[in-house]
Design a protein around this ligand. Structure first.
Ligand SMILES: [Zn+2]
Length: 75
């Protein structure tokens, strides 16, 4: 069974989704290689849709914290 994990990039702290069978992922935000066993695991799920939902919520929270959400609405 495949587990989906959400890890935080060690370089930019951005959240990314990966499968537990993978060893590394390239961060979609800063392009650095993230080693999954060394990265900070934020959440995990057995279902892909559930994992992506968690990821979306994490991103929303991060955006709200940094004020980017407000800025995007203004533009
Ligand atoms: Zn990154």
């Amino acid at each position: 069974m495949t587990n989906y994990i959400i890890v935080a990039c060690s370089e930019c702290e951005g959240y990314l989704l990966a499968k537990s069978c993978q060893k590394s992922r390239t961060c979609p935000y800063c392009g650095s290689r993230v080693l999954l066993e060394k990265a900070k695991k934020v959440a995990s799920s057995e279902k892909a849709d559930e994992a992506s939902m968690i990821l979306r919520k994490l991103k929303e929270r991060t955006a709200a914290k940094s004020g980017k959400a407000k800025l995007q609405k203004l533009i």
